[in-house]
Each structure stands twice: as C-alpha cells, then as structure tokens.
Design a protein around this ligand. Structure first.
Ligand SMILES: O=C(O)C1=C[C@@H](OP(=O)(O)O)[C@@H](O)[C@H](O)C1
Ligand SMILES: C=C(OP(=O)(O)O)C(=O)O
Length: 438
C-alpha cells in the first residue's frame, strides 16, 4: 500500500448542502461485461453485448481478446439499438501480449483462454498486478495440461504457451484468496477436451455470488454445469465439454457501482432512483438493499428500478461481507458517519485487492479524525466527528468512491486521483456532481 507520487491530483469532494433527489443511470456491470466477452469469444457463432461497460477493466479485456484474434466491433444491436459490441469468435492465436492493468477479471479469466490459443501469450500489467494472487489459476492450468513460464511467484508477469487445445479434467485448488480462480477455470472449460472438475480445498471461499454469476452465464450460453447447489458435492463444480452459443445479452447496471449513489441518500437524506435495477440478479451489489436498509434507509424495487430513501440518520452495522467483499469500502465510509459503531467481518482477502483495502480504509478514515481498527478479517469502526483532509486512494476505484461518500458529510475532503474510478466507472465525477445538482 504505497502512495502513488505520480497521482497527486486532488479533487475537492462535493459537500451535500441538503437532501439529494436524483435519478442516476449507472453504467453496465464490470463482472457481467467481462464474463460475457470471454464467453462470446469462445462461442461457435457471433454474439452481441448490449450496454456493455466501457471502462479500463473491460477495454483491457476487449483489447486482449482482439490481440488473440477475436473480432469485437462497435455497432448496433440486431434490433437497430446502439451501444452494442458484436463479438466474432475466431481461432485464437499468439504471439500476443495482454495488458491486465490491475483487473482481477483480466489477469485470472484470460490465462485459461490463452491456453486454448495457438502460440505464446505474454501477460503483464500494473505494478500491483505483480502482487495479486494468480497461483490458483497457474497451478491448475499446469495440472490440466498447459505450459506456462513464470518467475515462480504465482503472479503476473508470465507467458502461456498455448498449444491450440487443452486436456482439462479434474483439478484441486485453494481459492480462499479469490473466487476468480474458480470462475476463471469454469468459464473456459466447455472448450477443454475433457471439460473440468474444479474442487476447492481451502477453508473459506469468498464472493460466492460471483461464482453463481459465472455458472448462470455459462448455462445461458448452453454449457452444462454441475454445482454444489444443483445437488453436487460441496465445493465441487463440473463443466461438460461442448460448443457455446452466440447470444444477444443486455448487460445489467453495475450494482456495486450504484453503491456510492445509494449511500448519498443514506448520508445526506433524500431519494436516489437507480433505473433498470434487475428483479433477479447474481450481482453482489443487490445485497445493498438489505445492508443499507439495516443502516437506516428504505427501498422499493419497482419495474422502473430501485427507489432508495434515507433520512440522513445512519446506524452502525455488524455484518459479514465475505460474499460481497467489493462493497466493503462503501459500507466502511457510511459506517464512519453513523450514530453507532460497526464491525465488518469475513473480508481478509481484501488485503489482496486493488490495494490492501483494510489497511487503506483504516489509515485514510483515521487521518480525517476517525477511529477505525483493523482485525485480521475486517474492520471495527467507531464513528467520530471527522475533519477535512486528503483522502489517498492507492489506485483503487472503490477507495475514491468511499472518500467521496465521506466528503458529502465532511467539509474539505480532497480525493487523490479520482480518475482511478475509470477502472470500472469512468463517468464517476460527472455522475456524482450531476446527482448533487451541480
Ligand atoms: O468475478 C468477479 O467478477 C469478481 C469477483 C470478486 O473477486 P474476489 O473473489 O477476488 O474478491 C470481486 O471482489 C471482484 O470485484 C469481481
Ligand atoms: C476487487 C475488485 O476488482 P478486481 O476485478 O480487479 O478483483 C473490485 O472491483 O472491487
């Protein structure tokens, strides 16, 4: 967790002068867009993605697939609607270089795709990508028949020497540091000669909704997947080999990126409407309806979307966020403004996210006068009167949005490098000031 000296541009976080009343159109889900791109690239016919997220993580995914031969064209959907990517699968090939940036989905989901390509695919990325765990994917791919050159640390940089096909079969992994290890192996598995049987052997498995998202999306393109929830063994997923369909998929709004806007209604009082909130979804952000209701808000899900109302009174919460870890920075920011203490648990793996989020949240909230202590797997947050100051973001989009939430209630908060929100939400500063009516 180091302050990036090149990123010292400060953004004065707007203070909320009264209750908010806004409708915020939140762009598409990062997790859905990047899974859809991979599945469409591996299909046996072209497909469409409507309203894909265009952000750093998804553009990196699209560039990487293009570098391996896949066609991804900007265009109109089959019914003439805009904002669409048409994905044209092709024989995957190297040599190619993949820039993973700091995208967990790119660094984990693409090595299995590269193992199916013909030729070497080199993976490199931001300095932080060298520290984020990839061992579960690298070790598993070797067991399944891939040849990979790396420096033995179980991380980027590395080269996958694709042989045009992969055996597949049974493999055991410890995915306690990231659910993305499981998702990565399942997503490409219909194209492995024997499919895959992934057995998770670790003590905990974070982010189960994201694994369900992987399974649901695989099934939607015709894959056969057996899961613990469909009567299989606990912690075992099986994917049968088979062709994938090209589909016409509309990407849901990113519910985790809706979090700061919902938090604004909670903290400042008022109402925020998020159109197109899905009635049924695997996105972890859907848990916000429950979490933010417990913290003092109320919500109604209608055909129009989610209507979320707050009174400005915010209560502390004791919650296990292991399934929905990416919501932690936003929940911590709200908790720092509450009228009672909070305990956030079950998120030890956040130390290996974009930055060590437990350390970063503790340091930054405390530097504004807060009282946060780190536990091995979470945070204890005792609200205090906060003051202004610089909120460092460590190249972490969710640190930037967490700081913006605090800035609504605390005068003089300056967010370092708010542009880092481009990882998943390039429009954040405009959407934020638009919500506040500036
Ligand atoms: O599969 C995905 O799309 C994601 C899974 C989760 O990763 P971890 O299980 O590593 O937390 C989540 O935090 C990340 O933002 C997106
Ligand atoms: C952990 C996150 O991202 P990544 O996909 O890079 O793991 C996140 O978006 O909160």
């Amino acid at each position: 967790m180091t302050v990036n000296p090149a990123q010292t541009v400060l953004w004065p976080a707007p203070h909320a002068s009264g209750a908010v009343d806004a409708t915020v159109h939140v762009p598409g889900s990062k997790s859905v867009t990047n899974r859809a791109l991979v599945l469409a690239a591996l299909a046996s016919e072209p497909g469409w993605l409507r309203r894909p997220l265009r952000s750093r993580d998804t553009l990196l995914m699209a560039s990487a697939l293009r570098a391996m031969g896949v066609g991804i064209e900007e265009g109109v959907g089959p019914d003439g609607s805009g904002e669409t990517w048409r994905v044209i699968p092709a024989a995957l090939h190297g040599p190619a270089t993949v820039d993973v940036g700091n995208a967990g989905t790119v660094m984990r989901f693409l090595p299995p795709v590269a193992a199916l390509a013909d030729g070497p695919i080199r993976f490199d990325g931001d300095p932080r990508s060298y520290e984020r765990p990839l061992n579960g994917v690298i070790d598993a791919l070797r067991v399944l028949g891939a040849r990979i050159d790396d420096d033995g640390r179980g991380a980027v940089p590395l080269t996958v020497h694709g042989g045009g096909a992969l055996d597949g079969g049974p493999v055991s992994i410890d995915a306690s540091s990231s659910s993305q290890f499981v998702s990565a192996l399942l997503l490409s598995a219909p194209r492995f000669n024997q499919g895959v049987e992934v057995r998770h052997t670790g003590s905990t498995l974070p982010s189960m909704p994201h694994i369900r998202m992987t399974v649901d999306m695989l099934r939607a393109v015709g894959a056969q997947v057996d899961t613990p929830e469909s009567g299989g063994e606990p912690d075992v997923w099986r994917v049968t080999p088979g062709a994938l369909l090209g589909r016409d998929l509309t990407v849901e709004p990113d519910l985790s990126n809706a979090q700061p806007f919902l938090a604004a209604a909670l903290v400042a009082g008022g109402k925020v409407v998020i159109p197109d909130w899905p009635a049924r979804t695997t996105q972890p952000g859907d848990r916000l309806r429950q979490i933010f209701t417990e913290m003092g808000g109320s919500c109604t899900l209608t055909e129009r979307g989610l209507e979320f109302t707050g009174s400005g009174a915010v209560h502390g919460i004791d919650v296990d966020l292991g399934e929905v870890g990416e919501l932690t920075p936003g929940v911590a920011a709200v908790a720092a403004l509450a009228d009672s203490p909070s305990t956030l648990r079950g998120v030890a793996h956040l130390r290996l996210h974009e930055t060590d989020r437990l350390a970063a949240l503790t340091k930054e909230i405390n530097e504004l006068g807060g009282d946060v202590t780190e536990a091995a797997d979470g945070l204890h947050i005792r609200p205090r009167r906060l003051h202004g100051g610089v909120f460092h973001t460590y190249d972490d989009h969710r640190m930037a949005t967490a700081g913006a939430i605090i800035g609504l209630a605390v005068d003089g908060v300056q967010i370092e490098n708010v542009a880092t929100t481009a990882k998943t939400l390039p429009d954040f500063p405009d959407l934020w000031t638009g919500m506040l009516g500036d």
